[in-house]
Design a binder for this molecule. Structure first.
Ligand SMILES: *Cc1c(COP(=O)(O)O)cnc(C)c1O
Length: 416
């Protein structure tokens, strides 16, 4: 697209254009941070109000039965399973991604301890989202069985890292910083060929990039719902376990919500036989009910059309930056190859932090990630081609003004 009119015309022909109206977007904002906190679905406030006023306010404790609160993590988990190519019973909506990494890792390590007791290595990526690595560190210390974390990076490929000492591989499908995606089915097969189990973190994929876990024969997966699934700040995450592992998988946070008969109030733990065993304690019903609105929207979208538009918008972003802001000190760190690109575009810039603050001051909201990374999330449900044009035009103006000389744009908040 060579000009703004071309982008406006592409918006008119966009088969997903009607989805924008399902979301509440503030005036004067181009929101390129849906990969950090998704936007508000228009139906979510009414759903939240109903859960609070009627189900809680009027129904009180009866609502556990009348409104089926107790089943909410499983019922929404079944919807999430459908979204990521799983089957009903394999997934529950619960807790945070970090906690679910802990549970999946504990279950995978336990299975491998029986099958391959000498395997003591957990592989992950140096570039992984740090919380995933922190959880592995904590697990290794807690178990105190001589496990070690082996990090793959530019020096150490996955192929080279895989060996007969590896128990579990924890990878994030779409990298949070670069947007690079792994070929999930191929890597899953590679990990299995080496005798290891794989846990996929789908935080930057669920609702953005098609995933087919059952077809890929994946073992475990986790992910969050407040990014591309528009579940709301801190909405519960999910954990998915392949059907074939369900009977055996033993998660380390055994609690009454994962019990086969929680209201027997039995003295000892007997796990449920479905994904429900990955629940621990009482779940945040208001958040769960509210986030279902965003998940229902995601389920109604044609996956192929979503992926096609995502790639068109990220490609357009890259093309416009390169054509309209040449010689800009912006370095693209997102793969150009479609097969390797998730749904965001990142550039490094030596003054990245100030550049992002100046963009946000003009209503173009992306985010900044260390080191020096400007990250632009592209959410095809509520962004169009003209939005991309306007965002790049604002970026061009901001860079021309060298905002890093303005102290206001150097100030760091607690959350960047
Ligand atoms: C966003 C994100 C998380 C977030 O974890 P929480 O426990 O929900 O805060 C974890 N892993 C990855 C890869 C992420 O992108």
């Amino acid at each position: 697209m060579q000009n703004r009119e071309g982008c406006v015309a592409a918006d008119r022909n966009d088969p997903l254009a009607q989805y924008r109206d399902r979301f509440s977007l503030p005036e004067g904002v181009i929101y390129l941070d849906g990969n950090s906190l998704g936007v508000l679905p228009k139906d979510a406030p009414a759903r939240a109000a109903q859960v609070i006023a009627e189900e809680w306010g009027e129904g009180l404790v009866r609502s556990w039965n009348t409104y089926h609160w107790f089943d909410l993590p499983v019922r929404i988990g079944d919807k999430l399973a459908r979204l990521i190519g799983g089957t009903a019973g394999e997934c529950v909506a619960t807790d945070t991604t970090s906690i679910n990494v802990f549970k999946a890792l504990g279950a995978a390590l336990d299975m491998q301890r029986e099958d391959h007791p000498d395997r003591r290595v957990i592989i992950s990526e140096r570039e992984n989202f740090p919380s995933d690595l922190y959880v592995v560190e904590g697990m290794i210390e807690l178990l105190d069985r001589g496990y070690e974390l082996r990090l793959i990076d530019e020096q150490l490929t996955l192929e080279a890292a895989l060996g007969d000492d590896v128990a579990v591989v924890l990878l994030t499908h779409a990298n949070y910083r670069t947007g690079r995606i792994w070929d999930l089915p191929t890597v899953t097969a590679q990990v299995h060929a080496a005798g290891a189990l794989v846990i996929w973190d789908l935080c930057h994929s669920a609702g953005a990039v098609p995933v087919a876990l059952d077809e890929a024969n994946a073992d475990f997966a986790v992910g969050c719902t407040y990014k591309y699934l528009n579940g709301g700040p801190g909405s519960p995450a999910f954990v998915w376990v392949a059907d074939r592992h369900l009977a055996r998988a033993k998660q380390p946070l055994s609690g009454w919500w994962g019990h086969a008969r929680p209201f027997d109030m039995a003295e000892s733990f007997a796990p449920a036989q479905t994904g429900r065993k990955f629940l621990t304690g009482t779940q945040p019903i208001i958040s769960l009910a509210t986030m279902e609105v965003g998940i229902d929207i995601a389920l109604s979208v044609d996956e192929a059309a979503l992926r096609a538009k995502s790639l068109e918008l990220t490609s357009l972003f890259i093309q416009l930056v390169e054509e309209r802001i040449p010689n800009s000190s912006l370095t693209l760190i997102t793969p150009r190859d479609h097969a390797e690109r998730g749904s965001h575009v990142s550039f490094q810039h030596p003054e990245g932090y100030a550049v992002m603050q100046a963009l946000i001051a003009r209503g173009v909201i992306g985010d900044y990630r260390e080191p020096e990374v400007l990250r632009f999330g592209v959410t095809p449900l509520y962004l169009g081609y003209a939005d991309i044009w306007d965002a790049v035009e604002t970026l061009r103006q901001v860079l021309a003004e060298e905002p890093w000389n303005n102290p206001e744009f150097q100030l760091r908040g607690a959350v960047t």
